[in-house]
Write a protein that binds this ligand. Sequence first.
Ligand SMILES: CC(C)(COP(=O)(O)OP(=O)(O)OC[C@H]1O[C@@H](n2cnc3c(N)ncnc32)[C@H](O)[C@@H]1OP(=O)(O)O)[C@@H](O)C(=O)NCCC(=O)NCCS
Length: 173
Amino acid sequence: MSVIEFEGKKPRIHPSVFLAPGSWVIGDVTLDEDVNVWTNAVIRGDDDKVVIGARTTVLEGCLIEAPTGSPVSIGKDVIVSHGATVHGAKIGDNAIIGIQAVVLDKAEIGEGAMVGSGALVSPRKVVPPRMVVLGMPAEPKSEVTEATVQYMAKERERTLSKAKVYKQIYAKK
Ligand SMILES: CC(C)(COP(=O)(O)OP(=O)(O)OC[C@H]1O[C@@H](n2cnc3c(N)ncnc32)[C@H](O)[C@@H]1OP(=O)(O)O)[C@@H](O)C(=O)NCCC(=O)NCCS
Protein backbone atom coordinates (compact mmCIF):
# COMPACT_ATOMS: atom_id res chain seq x y z
CA MET A 1 0.00 0.00 0.00
CA SER A 2 1.03 3.61 -0.49
CA VAL A 3 0.19 6.47 1.83
CA ILE A 4 1.18 9.75 0.23
CA GLU A 5 1.45 13.26 1.67
CA PHE A 6 0.65 15.92 -0.97
CA GLU A 7 1.63 19.57 -0.49
CA GLY A 8 1.38 19.27 3.30
CA LYS A 9 -1.91 17.34 3.20
CA LYS A 10 -1.24 14.13 5.08
CA PRO A 11 -3.55 11.12 5.47
CA ARG A 12 -4.81 10.48 9.03
CA ILE A 13 -5.20 6.76 9.43
CA HIS A 14 -6.37 4.96 12.58
CA PRO A 15 -3.90 2.23 13.57
CA SER A 16 -6.59 -0.47 13.16
CA VAL A 17 -7.16 0.37 9.48
CA PHE A 18 -6.40 -2.35 6.91
CA LEU A 19 -4.77 -1.11 3.71
CA ALA A 20 -4.21 -3.94 1.24
CA PRO A 21 -1.12 -4.00 -0.94
CA GLY A 22 -1.77 -1.96 -4.08
CA SER A 23 -4.15 0.48 -2.39
CA TRP A 24 -3.39 4.20 -2.46
CA VAL A 25 -4.33 6.86 0.09
CA ILE A 26 -3.31 10.37 -0.93
CA GLY A 27 -3.61 13.80 0.71
CA ASP A 28 -6.29 15.03 3.13
CA VAL A 29 -7.88 11.68 3.86
CA THR A 30 -9.17 10.54 7.27
CA LEU A 31 -9.79 6.83 7.80
CA ASP A 32 -11.51 5.94 11.07
CA GLU A 33 -11.32 2.75 13.12
CA ASP A 34 -11.37 -0.57 11.20
CA VAL A 35 -11.83 1.02 7.79
CA ASN A 36 -10.61 -1.53 5.26
CA VAL A 37 -9.31 -0.65 1.81
CA TRP A 38 -8.64 -3.45 -0.66
CA THR A 39 -6.24 -3.93 -3.54
CA ASN A 40 -6.15 -1.27 -6.29
CA ALA A 41 -8.51 1.07 -4.50
CA VAL A 42 -7.49 4.74 -4.74
CA ILE A 43 -8.61 7.34 -2.20
CA ARG A 44 -7.42 10.77 -3.27
CA GLY A 45 -7.81 13.98 -1.25
CA ASP A 46 -5.17 16.15 -2.90
CA ASP A 47 -7.68 18.95 -3.71
CA ASP A 48 -10.44 18.62 -1.09
CA LYS A 49 -10.89 16.29 1.86
CA VAL A 50 -12.14 12.74 2.18
CA VAL A 51 -13.48 11.42 5.51
CA ILE A 52 -14.43 7.76 5.90
CA GLY A 53 -16.20 6.48 9.04
CA ALA A 54 -15.55 3.46 11.21
CA ARG A 55 -15.78 -0.09 9.76
CA THR A 56 -16.43 1.10 6.23
CA THR A 57 -15.20 -1.19 3.46
CA VAL A 58 -13.72 0.08 0.19
CA LEU A 59 -13.34 -2.96 -2.05
CA GLU A 60 -10.96 -3.73 -4.89
CA GLY A 61 -10.58 -1.20 -7.68
CA CYS A 62 -12.67 1.64 -6.18
CA LEU A 63 -11.94 5.31 -6.83
CA ILE A 64 -12.86 7.86 -4.17
CA GLU A 65 -11.88 11.41 -5.03
CA ALA A 66 -12.72 14.88 -3.68
CA PRO A 67 -12.49 17.64 -6.29
CA THR A 68 -12.16 21.23 -5.06
CA GLY A 69 -15.41 22.36 -3.41
CA SER A 70 -16.86 18.85 -3.19
CA PRO A 71 -15.42 17.05 -0.17
CA VAL A 72 -16.25 13.38 0.20
CA SER A 73 -17.91 12.14 3.37
CA ILE A 74 -18.61 8.43 3.76
CA GLY A 75 -20.30 7.31 6.96
CA LYS A 76 -19.89 4.30 9.21
CA ASP A 77 -20.49 0.68 8.14
CA VAL A 78 -20.73 1.52 4.45
CA ILE A 79 -19.74 -0.93 1.71
CA VAL A 80 -18.27 0.61 -1.41
CA SER A 81 -18.21 -2.45 -3.60
CA HIS A 82 -15.79 -3.59 -6.31
CA GLY A 83 -14.85 -0.97 -8.88
CA ALA A 84 -17.27 1.69 -7.64
CA THR A 85 -16.54 5.43 -7.92
CA VAL A 86 -17.48 8.07 -5.36
CA HIS A 87 -16.61 11.51 -6.75
CA GLY A 88 -17.23 14.51 -4.49
CA ALA A 89 -20.31 12.93 -2.89
CA LYS A 90 -21.74 12.17 0.57
CA ILE A 91 -22.70 8.64 1.60
CA GLY A 92 -24.74 7.96 4.77
CA ASP A 93 -24.11 5.29 7.41
CA ASN A 94 -24.87 1.68 6.43
CA ALA A 95 -25.32 2.50 2.75
CA ILE A 96 -24.21 0.14 -0.01
CA ILE A 97 -22.64 1.36 -3.21
CA GLY A 98 -22.95 -1.60 -5.58
CA ILE A 99 -20.37 -3.12 -7.88
CA GLN A 100 -19.18 -0.58 -10.49
CA ALA A 101 -21.69 2.06 -9.45
CA VAL A 102 -20.77 5.73 -9.89
CA VAL A 103 -21.85 8.50 -7.49
CA LEU A 104 -21.11 11.99 -8.78
CA ASP A 105 -20.41 15.42 -7.30
CA LYS A 106 -22.58 16.69 -4.44
CA ALA A 107 -24.92 13.71 -4.66
CA GLU A 108 -26.13 12.49 -1.27
CA ILE A 109 -26.91 8.87 -0.52
CA GLY A 110 -29.14 8.44 2.55
CA GLU A 111 -28.52 6.14 5.49
CA GLY A 112 -28.99 2.49 4.64
CA ALA A 113 -29.72 3.22 0.98
CA MET A 114 -28.48 0.95 -1.81
CA VAL A 115 -27.06 2.11 -5.13
CA GLY A 116 -27.44 -0.97 -7.35
CA SER A 117 -24.57 -2.40 -9.29
CA GLY A 118 -23.73 -0.37 -12.40
CA ALA A 119 -25.95 2.58 -11.42
CA LEU A 120 -25.00 6.19 -12.16
CA VAL A 121 -26.10 8.69 -9.52
CA SER A 122 -26.19 12.12 -11.15
CA PRO A 123 -24.57 15.21 -9.62
CA ARG A 124 -26.60 16.73 -6.73
CA LYS A 125 -29.09 13.86 -6.69
CA VAL A 126 -30.43 13.08 -3.21
CA VAL A 127 -31.26 9.44 -2.51
CA PRO A 128 -33.56 9.03 0.54
CA PRO A 129 -32.63 6.69 3.40
CA ARG A 130 -33.17 2.93 2.73
CA MET A 131 -34.06 3.54 -0.92
CA VAL A 132 -32.73 1.26 -3.69
CA VAL A 133 -31.77 3.18 -6.83
CA LEU A 134 -30.92 1.49 -10.13
CA GLY A 135 -29.92 2.39 -13.68
CA MET A 136 -28.30 5.20 -15.65
CA PRO A 137 -29.28 7.74 -14.46
CA ALA A 138 -30.18 6.06 -11.19
CA GLU A 139 -33.86 6.19 -10.24
CA PRO A 140 -35.68 4.91 -7.14
CA LYS A 141 -36.77 1.27 -7.49
CA SER A 142 -38.01 0.18 -4.05
CA GLU A 143 -37.18 0.23 -0.35
CA VAL A 144 -34.32 -1.93 0.89
CA THR A 145 -35.87 -5.15 2.23
CA GLU A 146 -35.20 -6.52 5.69
CA ALA A 147 -33.67 -9.62 4.03
CA THR A 148 -31.13 -7.40 2.24
CA VAL A 149 -30.34 -5.55 5.47
CA GLN A 150 -29.64 -8.88 7.22
CA TYR A 151 -27.61 -10.24 4.31
CA MET A 152 -25.46 -7.12 4.06
CA ALA A 153 -24.89 -7.09 7.84
CA LYS A 154 -23.42 -10.59 7.52
CA GLU A 155 -21.30 -9.48 4.52
CA ARG A 156 -19.97 -6.56 6.57
CA GLU A 157 -18.99 -8.78 9.49
CA ARG A 158 -17.34 -11.34 7.20
CA THR A 159 -15.39 -8.63 5.36
CA LEU A 160 -14.25 -7.02 8.62
CA SER A 161 -13.00 -10.33 10.00
CA LYS A 162 -11.23 -11.16 6.73
CA ALA A 163 -9.56 -7.73 6.77
CA LYS A 164 -8.07 -8.51 10.20
CA VAL A 165 -6.72 -11.85 8.92
CA TYR A 166 -5.23 -10.29 5.79
CA LYS A 167 -3.70 -7.49 7.87
CA GLN A 168 -1.75 -10.11 9.82
CA ILE A 169 -0.78 -12.07 6.71
CA TYR A 170 0.61 -9.00 4.94
CA ALA A 171 2.38 -7.75 8.09
CA LYS A 172 4.53 -10.91 7.98
CA LYS A 173 5.56 -10.41 4.33
C1 LIG B 1 -30.26 -3.99 -6.61
C2 LIG B 1 -30.11 -5.49 -6.49
C3 LIG B 1 -30.00 -5.85 -5.00
C4 LIG B 1 -31.36 -6.12 -7.08
O1 LIG B 1 -31.24 -7.49 -6.96
P1 LIG B 1 -32.55 -8.42 -7.06
O2 LIG B 1 -33.50 -8.00 -5.98
O3 LIG B 1 -32.11 -9.80 -7.07
O4 LIG B 1 -33.14 -8.00 -8.42
P2 LIG B 1 -34.42 -8.61 -9.09
O5 LIG B 1 -34.04 -9.87 -9.74
O6 LIG B 1 -35.53 -8.65 -8.10
O7 LIG B 1 -34.68 -7.55 -10.21
C5 LIG B 1 -35.76 -6.66 -10.19
C6 LIG B 1 -35.71 -5.87 -11.46
O8 LIG B 1 -34.64 -4.93 -11.41
C7 LIG B 1 -33.71 -5.20 -12.47
N1 LIG B 1 -32.37 -5.03 -11.90
C8 LIG B 1 -31.81 -5.76 -10.90
N2 LIG B 1 -30.60 -5.29 -10.62
C9 LIG B 1 -30.39 -4.23 -11.44
C10 LIG B 1 -29.32 -3.33 -11.57
N3 LIG B 1 -28.23 -3.41 -10.80
N4 LIG B 1 -29.43 -2.35 -12.50
C11 LIG B 1 -30.54 -2.24 -13.29
N5 LIG B 1 -31.59 -3.08 -13.18
C12 LIG B 1 -31.52 -4.06 -12.26
C13 LIG B 1 -33.97 -6.59 -12.92
O9 LIG B 1 -33.59 -6.78 -14.26
C14 LIG B 1 -35.46 -6.69 -12.72
O10 LIG B 1 -36.10 -6.00 -13.77
P3 LIG B 1 -37.59 -6.42 -14.26
O11 LIG B 1 -38.49 -6.18 -13.09
O12 LIG B 1 -37.83 -5.54 -15.42
O13 LIG B 1 -37.47 -7.88 -14.61
C15 LIG B 1 -28.87 -6.00 -7.22
O14 LIG B 1 -28.99 -5.88 -8.61
C16 LIG B 1 -27.63 -5.24 -6.87
O15 LIG B 1 -27.26 -4.27 -7.49
N6 LIG B 1 -26.95 -5.73 -5.84
C17 LIG B 1 -25.72 -5.10 -5.38
C18 LIG B 1 -24.62 -6.13 -5.48
C19 LIG B 1 -23.42 -5.63 -4.84
O16 LIG B 1 -22.78 -4.73 -5.30
N7 LIG B 1 -23.10 -6.24 -3.70
C20 LIG B 1 -21.98 -5.85 -2.95
C21 LIG B 1 -21.40 -7.09 -2.38
S1 LIG B 1 -19.97 -6.72 -1.49
